[in-house]
Each structure stands twice: as structure tokens, then as C-alpha cells.
Design a protein around this ligand. Structure first.
Ligand code: HEM
Length: 193
């Protein structure tokens, strides 16, 4: 009550208690928090954007070679395209061969995923393994993989289809390569694009 506000307090220079007011420091804290959140959001969006750009442009730094004519490959034929004997790098995923030359920063001899160059990468991708154990010298029918691993192989295949040029099939032992006419080659390539 104002009556209780005595001379002593007036002399001490303190002000009478007014209606409840937030100390200004609370406002500053709130503004600071807002600013921090906005900055974090900008950093996150920028990071996501950079990842996207790198993903789309992963070819940069990789050699650009003329599109390879459609053809099928046996395991041994695929091995020639491991990036050491030939600048073109091929890799098979789930029975499909892709030209991953534009991703040579990944699949070149010094690339982190270079172990997959010229090979059937299906087992390695399915089991998330970069060891030699995941590569077979014989044709790998993947029949021992479980449903989740097989689903993962299919997802990788979709990802490769999106990003790289499909070249042809990986042949099972004894399977004959298809004869692709120029017309089929152009038509199938445009289907893959
Ligand atoms: C801690 C482990 C790993 C990390 C942090 C990692 C990180 C990454 C990143 C950041 C990318 C995108 C790179 C870019 O677009 O610039 C990528 C792509 C990829 N990763 Fe990994 N990775 C790891 C393990 C693995 C393993 C074990 C495998 C295979 C068994 C694998 C296979 C791949 C493949 C095939 C790509 C796609 C490359 C392409 O675009 O052609 N990664 N990884």
C-alpha cells in the first residue's frame, strides 16, 4: 500500500512498486533466441542445399565421355571398366550395368567407393560393406540376402538409374548378350533418362 511507502524508501532513491512489468532482459533473451533459431535454420537450409547441389553435380571432376553404346556384360568384361585400364568406369547393381564415370570422384582408383568399380556392387550395397568380402569373383545370384537387403539393393538401383547412364544387363553364366539395334539403343536410353 502507498501508505507503507515511507520517507526512508524515498530518500534511498527507490521507486514505488508499479504494475507488474517484465524486466527488459527477458525481452532481449527472447529476441536472442529467435535470432539464434533463424541463424540455425539458415545454416540447415544452406547445408541441405549444398548437399543437393553436390548430389546433382557429382559428375563435376569426373571425366565426360561420349555415351556408351548399349551392350550387355559378363562379369569379366565388366572388370575391364574399373577405371585403371580404361577411363570409363562401369558398375553393376541388381543385374544392371551403369556408367558411373561422371562419379569418378567416388569410383575412381582413389575414390571412397573405388572398390565397386568394374564390379557387381549389389552385395556390398545391400550389406553396407566396403570390404572385398562383399565382392564375388563368380556370378552372385544374391539368393542368400534377406528381404530388407534385397529391398536395399532395389533402392540403390533406383538411385543409380536416376543419376547415371544405364548401359546394359549383367549376364548370368551362360546367358547370351542381347543384340541392340541403334534404334533400340536410342529409344532405351531415352526411356532411362
Ligand atoms: C559412415 C559411413 C558413411 C558415410 C558418412 C557416408 C557418406 C556419404 C555421403 C555424404 C554421400 C553423398 C556424397 C555426395 O553426394 O557428395 C555418400 C554417397 C554414397 N555412399 Fe556413402 N557413406 C558411408 C558409408 C557407405 C558405405 C558403407 C557404402 C557402401 C557399402 C556407401 C555407399 C555410397 C554410395 C554408393 C554413394 C553414392 C555415390 C554416388 O553418388 O555415386 N557409403 N555417402
Amino acid at each position: 500500500m502507498s501508505e507503507s511507502w515511507g520517507e526512508e524508501e524515498k530518500q534511498a532513491g527507490s521507486t514505488p512498486p508499479g504494475p507488474e512489468e517484465e524486466p527488459p532482459v527477458v525481452g532481449w533473451l527472447f529476441a536472442g533466441e529467435l535470432l539464434l533459431n533463424a541463424a540455425l535454420l539458415v545454416v540447415l537450409v544452406y547445408g541441405a542445399f549444398r548437399l543437393y547441389v553436390r548430389w546433382r553435380g557429382a559428375g563435376t571432376g569426373g571425366a565426360t565421355l561420349p555415351r556408351m553404346k548399349r551392350r550387355d556384360f559378363g562379369l569379366q568384361q565388366l572388370r575391364e571398366f574399373d577405371g585403371t585400364q580404361n577411363p570409363r568406369i562401369l558398375m553393376a547393381v541388381n543385374g544392371k550395368v551403369f556408367d558411373v564415370t561422371r562419379g569418378s570422384k567416388f569410383y575412381g582408383p582413389d575414390g571412397v567407393y573405388g572398390i565397386f568399380a568394374g564390379r557387381d556392387a549389389s552385395r556390398g550395397l545391400a550389406t553396407f560393406c566396403l570390404d572385398k568380402d562383399a565382392l564375388r569373383d563368380e556370378y552372385d545370384d544374391l539368393s542368400d540376402l534377406n528381404a530388407v537387403q534385397m529391398e536395399s539393393v532395389r533402392e540403390w538401383e533406383m538411385q543409380f538409374k536416376e543419376k547415371y547412364e544405364y548401359v546394359g544387363r549383367l549376364l548370368k553364366p551362360g546367358e547370351e548378350p542381347s543384340e541392340y539395334t541403334d534404334e533400340e539403343d536410342v529409344r532405351d536410353h531415352s526411356k532411362q533418362d
